[in-house]
Design a protein around this ligand. Sequence first.
Ligand code: GLN
Length: 488
Amino acid sequence: MELTKLTALELGAAIKRGEVSVRQAVQAALDSISAQNKRLNAFLTVTGERALERAEQLQAGVKHAQSPLYGVPMALKDNICTKGVKTSCASKILGDFTPPYDADVVERLARAGAVSLGKLNMDEFAMGSTSETSFYGPVKNPWDLQRVPGGSSGGAAAAVAAGMGWYAIGSDTGGSIRQPASYCGVTGMKPTYGSVSRYGLIAYASSLDQIGPLCRDAADCAAILDALMGRDPKDSTSLDGPYGNLLHGLTGDVRGRTIGLPIQCFGDGLDSEVKAAVLAVADVLKARGAQVVELPFPVMEYVVPTYYIIAAAEASSNLSRFDGIKYGWRAEGCQGLGELYRKTRTQGFGSEVKRRILLGTFVLSSGYYDAYYKKALQAKAVIKEAFDRAFARCDLLLTPVAPATAPKLGESLSDPLQMYLSDVYTVSVNLAGLPGLSMPCGFDGKGLPIGAQLIGPHFGEGVLLNAAHAFQKDTDYHKRTPKGGEPA
Ligand code: GLN
């Protein structure tokens, strides 16, 4: 049995049956990490010894295991706090910051019998779309080492695609789970805002940030979300539910479901191979009894500016806590407090983060607040209404995840505005707080994975996962794995 090719649920079942020990699973993942991580730079910290100790503990309880993910090794994006394990946000400013507590999701996963292999590389403070803004160097796409894995959860997507662990936990503020999942050929989901606790997630833009899984398929996604979702009194934006059992609800039956194709998502600027692959998803679901309708969605031109104003505004406020006093790294040889703040922040943050802090401070400043920030909040309400109108007519929406497949390393760094524009299909989902899923739906002529996005109404996770599961029953894109990352 080639362990690293199994899904998380298949591995969990093999562990439960006693065919594979937890230790064997952990060892297989650690071997895969040692063989590949130098090349891919997906892991920033590997906690091998801890994982092997945890494997022994879990093995002792395997007979009584309830969770289908019991004993399955996974890894966490490095903006999720882990007690006693360095959490850097891929930034210099956090230095060797080691949190004294676990994020709520880490506790939930521990209760589900997860084994953590370590922490994953990302764009600095989750700001970026390519995982190139990491202080620790870029992550490489396992399908082609010359290309980016997407971002900001690029380490998470690359690790899952390359078989370095069975699933990963990322965060998504404007597409950071869905877009890297799409570039790396894995399944990823941002659940409804408020359904997964943000306690212990280092904040980028609090009204948009949401934690979610990157994994092999929709069934794994359902099982992981079952473990993650639920009310948490420690997060004031956490919701009461309804939380059902997503895994049990997975039938793959989409008969009678209406799938909307927002016309403005298939227009200019979309690569033709991506367009064809995404539209083919509609055909597969239609063959299974779903109805497909085209819908107007006349807000697409506003989504990127609205998102970047709100995200930058919140980032400028959230990141003011990193000052060299309370956490992490501090500049040396400063005269007085003012210089300490200035030097630490100037040298500790990378340029993309500083660009966002400047932009956010500007849009919140008196005189510009009404023109930019307030306007963006009004636009956000209009975008939400556009979704409400769409969901009055259909059960879910099908769109591309990104306008093209993974770009080459270095291409986006020189043109941040171009990079922001590539977020056009994902950011509106966060602005409206909706669940969104990305799944592999084909490959382009260069052999690079293409992703399709499904968007649902609030707490529509079950409908989304069912549609993705139906698609994955009839296709095998999600089962393909990269060879060695040399260009095809
Ligand atoms: N690319 C978007 C940004 O840079 C989204 C990032 C994210 O979802 N964390 O803000």
